[in-house]
Write a new protein. Structure first.
Length: 321
C-alpha cells in the first residue's frame, strides 16, 4: 500500500496525502481526517526506514562491547552485560531501531558503520572508539561519563548518589567504622562506587576500609570476617550480594543491626533483599537505553550535551537502625 493508492481512492494528490498523514500543510480539517480514515481502511503503514533515509538517519544504534570484557569472568559482570544488551535491544525495537555490536578495540569499524548513535554502557574517558566517534561527528550516549560535545547524551545511572545515600544512612544509625565491599574487576561501575566511598570518608576524616571480592565471590566469607576484625560496625556492599552477606553475618553470631549494620547495593535481587529485611539502595541502569532514545530525536538541534538522571531509591529493612 503506497501514498499513490491512497491518493487514487481519495481523489487528491500524493502531496496532499503526505501532508495529511504527517499533519503538515494547510489542508482543511475535514479533508485531513477523511484521508487518514481512508489510509487506515486500506491498512497503510508508513515505511520508517524510507523516512529515516530521507532525513539522513539509519535507524541503527551501535552497542560498544567493553575491551577485555571476555576476561571479566564474574557472574555479576556477565549479568550486567546481558541486562544492558537486553534493555538496549528492547528499547531499540520499540523505536524501530536495530542494534550493531561494536568491539571497543576496533574504532576503525566506525569508518563504514551506518549508525545514528554509539551507546557506551560502561566506558572510560580514554576509550579509543569514543574518541573516534566524536571525531567523526557521530552522536554518542554514555553512562556515567560526561562528554563535552553537542552530539552527546550522558545518562547518570545513580551509582554515585546511591553510595553517598547508603553511607549517610549508616552514619545516621550510629556507624563510625563503615567497611566497603567491592569487586576487584576494576570496571568503570566499581570505580565510581569506590571513588564515592573514599571521597565520603575523606570529607569526614575517616580512614577508608575497603575489601575486594574475587570474580566468583568465593572469598566473600573471608572478606566479611576481615572487615569485622578491622573493627567495622557497618558494611556497605557495592558488590551487591545482599542475601549472602546477611546470612554470613548471622553465621558469625552478629545481632543485626545491634552489632553490625548492613546496606547492599541492588540492581536485580531487590525482592530477596526485601524478604530478608536487608536495607538496600536500588539503582536502575536498565532504564538508560530508553532515556537515550528519548533524547536522540532532538540531539542534532541541541546546543549543549543532554544529561539524564535515572531514578534510585533506598528501601529500608531491619538491617539498619
Amino acid at each position: 500500500m503506497t501514498l499513490k493508492d491512497i491518493a487514487l481512492r481519495a481523489g487528491v494528490s500524493t502531496a496532499a496525502i503526505s501532508q495529511a498523514l504527517n499533519d503538515r500543510g494547510s489542508l482543511r480539517p475535514e479533508t485531513r481526517e477523511r484521508i487518514k480514515a481512508i489510509a487506515a481502511e486500506l491498512g497503510y503503514q508508513p515505511n520508517k526506514y524510507a523516512a529515516a533515509l530521507r532525513s539522513g538517519r539509519t535507524m541503527s544504534v551501535g552497542f560498544v562491547v567493553p575491551q577485555d570484557a571476555e576476561l571479566d569472568l564474574s557472574k555479576r559482570g556477565a549479568l550486567h552485560r546481558s541486562r544492558h544488551i537486553g534493555a538496549l535491544v528492547s528499547a531499540a525495537a520499540d523505536q524501530g531501531f536495530t542494534v550493531t555490536m561494536l568491539p571497543a578495540a576496533r574504532p576503525d569499524l566506525l569508518r563504514g558503520a551506518q549508525i545514528d548513535v554509539v551507546y557506551f554502557a560502561e566506558v572510560a574517558a580514554d576509550d579509543l572508539l569514543l574518541r573516534e566517534a566524536i571525531a567523526r561527528g557521530i552522536p554518542v550516549a554514555t553512562n556515567d561519563l560526561y562528554v563535552d560535545t553537542e552530539l552527546s547524551i550522558t545518562v547518570r545511572t545513580g551509582y554515585d548518589e546511591a553510595v553517598r545515600a547508603a553511607l549517610a544512612l549508616l552514619e545516621a544509625g550510629g556507624a563510625r567504622r563503615i567497611g566497603f565491599l567491592v569487586d576487584d574487576a576494576g570496571s568503570p561501575r566499581d570505580e565510581i562506587g569506590e571513588t564515592a566511598y573514599r571521597a565520603w570518608s575523606t570529607v569526614r576524616g575517616r580512614e577508608p576500609l575497603v575489601a575486594y571480592l574475587d570474580a566468583e565471590h568465593g572469598t566473600l566469607p573471608r572478606r566479611v570476617g576481615e572487615l569485622r576484625d578491622a573493627g567495622a560496625d557497618a558494611v556497605f556492599s557495592f558488590a551487591e550480594e545482599g542475601p549472602a552477606i546477611y546470612l554470613q553475618l548471622e553465621e558469625m553470631d552478629f545481632v543485626i543491626p545491634r552489632d553490625m549494620q548492613f546496606v547492599a547495593l541492588c540492581t536485580s535481587d531487590c525482592a530477596v533483599n526485601t524478604r530478608l529485611g536487608v536495607t538496600h539502595v536500588c539503582v536502575h541502569p536498565e532504564l538508560a537505553p530508553a532515556a537515550m532514545f528519548q533524547a536522540l530525536s532532538s540531539i542534532r538541534d541541541a546546543a549543549s550535551p543532554d544529561v539524564f538522571d535515572l531514578p534510585w531509591e533506598i528501601v529500608r529493612g531491619s538491617s539498619t537502625r
